[in-house]
Design a protein around this ligand. Sequence first.
Ligand SMILES: [Zn+2]
Ligand SMILES: [Zn+2]
Length: 75
Amino acid sequence: MNNECTIENCTKPVKARELCSMHHQRLMRHGDPLTIRPRRTKIVTNCKWINCTKSASTKGYCSKHYYIHRVTRTV
Ligand SMILES: [Zn+2]
Ligand SMILES: [Zn+2]
């Protein structure tokens, strides 16, 4: 009986459904044990508003400046 996770290159002990706890959690969360959320979202970019040091959340602006940008744009 194999008690290692069935995912390739994973040698962690099985927790449930022939998967280790990490891969089992992914299966539960994403419906696929191989799904990994891209880490790109972790890269923090600053708001492009002049003198604003907040991190950008939408289209290069922080939430406050994105709102101002939206309501004041003249195009
Ligand atoms: Zn695993
Ligand atoms: Zn801002």
